[in-house]
Design a binder for this molecule. Structure first.
Ligand SMILES: [Ca+2]
Length: 347
């Protein structure tokens, strides 16, 4: 376990933790990408008007007093996790499997239908219904379709402790796209029991849709691509609005979390070449992609849009060197006082 404190600003602390951070029974994070890296960002960063730019994320130093323990290995692209009331965990694997991890043992859960498992697509996030103890409902995001026509879907099913049943598709992103990139798709419940779902912009150049680069869909209000959408527990438009688009101008959000204390919603988002972002999300706001960004095109190396533009919300943190964000969590436990209110970004 290692940490780096960067004196970027007196009250801002960035810690780099090759994971796993474990506090069994209360709270733990698992990130399983080829690069195991987690960044701890102090809430003090939220007070900054200008984005905090991180240029070097490779310097590491030990964190005193922290033990790292691997709980589980051998999973294939684990993508999402949901904690059951008994403290055990449901884990999605991107190829299309659901696993139940309990008492140190892994057991497959049946009832997951075929998903479009290719490239970045497959079985993706998982979240329990806020009243899971009463209704046994589990929500999933996944890629559906074929290489020529696919989309991000949201489905729910009943989990009886062993199997899934009554798989029901409640929402799907429109329009369909081609290729195997940028599906999003994290879920988080808001206090009003509506569900936020991130949807990617559809993919990198040269992929097009309607004669334009598909990434421009992120600025098209009539498209779900490049958005965070907000739906009811049944997948419908919430009664207080006339559309499901909640925020727009996103490239590919793969970390999404709500602060259980402040109710602030945070998202980590992939840039292309550099320029990964941490954003605080507010409904109705535009986060700029691809008109405003601090990333560069993969092939040309040229900047994509302007670093900042009037009318778009700037990120709170920008990683100039790619971290490739994965999961996101905000610590509100009682075991690590020094981490109170800190944001953990996997990548
Ligand atoms: Ca942005």
């Amino acid at each position: 376990m290692q940490v780096l404190n960067i004196p970027l600003q007196p009250m801002t602390k960035f810690s780099f933790l090759p994971l796993w951070v474990v506090d069994k029974g209360l709270w733990w994070i698992m990130v399983t990408r080829s690069v195991l890296l987690s960044i701890l960002v102090s809430f003090a960063a939220t007070t900054l008007a200008e984005p905090k730019i991180i240029r070097d994320n490779r310097s590491l130093a030990p964190i005193p007093g922290i033990k790292v323990r691997t709980l589980l290995s051998g999973l294939e692209h684990p993508w999402g996790m949901a904690w059951l009331p008994d403290g055990s965990v449901l884990i999605t694997e991107r190829p299309g499997r659901l696993q139940h991890f309990k008492d140190g043992k892994l057991r497959p859960v049946s009832g997951v239908p075929a998903v479009f498992a290719a490239g970045q697509g497959g079985l993706l996030d998982i979240a329990l219904h806020p009243q899971f103890s009463q209704n046994s409902l589990v929500y999933f995001t996944y890629a559906h379709g074929s290489n020529n026509a696919n989309q991000t879907r949201v489905a729910r099913a009943k989990y009886d402790g062993k199997t899934l049943s009554n798989w029901q598709v409640i929402w799907q992103a429109e329009p369909q796209k081609s290729g195997t990139q940028h599906f999003g798709s994290r879920m988080v419940w808001l206090p009003d029991r509506t569900l936020l779902v991130s949807v990617g912009d559809g993919g990198n150049p040269p992929l097009t849709l309607g004669g334009k680069l598909i990434r421009e869909q992120a600025q098209n209000l009539d498209s779900h691509l490049g958005k965070v959408i907000r739906i009811t527990e049944d997948g419908k438009i919430p009664p207080d609005t006339d559309r499901v688009v909640w925020t727009m101008g996103h490239r590919n959000i793969q970390g999404l979390a709500i602060d259980s204390e402040t109710k602030a919603v945070w998202a980590s988002e992939h840039g292309a070449r550099g320029g990964d972002e941490l954003n605080q999300l507010q409904g109705g706001k535009n986060y700029g992609w691809p008109l405003a960004s601090r990333t560069r095109d993969y092939t040309t190396g040229l900047p994509i849009g302007k670093p900042t533009l009037r009318g778009f919300v700037d990120p709170v943190v920008v990683w100039q060197d790619t971290i490739a964000p994965s999961g996101l969590a905000i610590y509100r436990g009682d075991k690590f006082p020094a981490w109170q209110g800190n944001i953990f970004v996997g990548g």
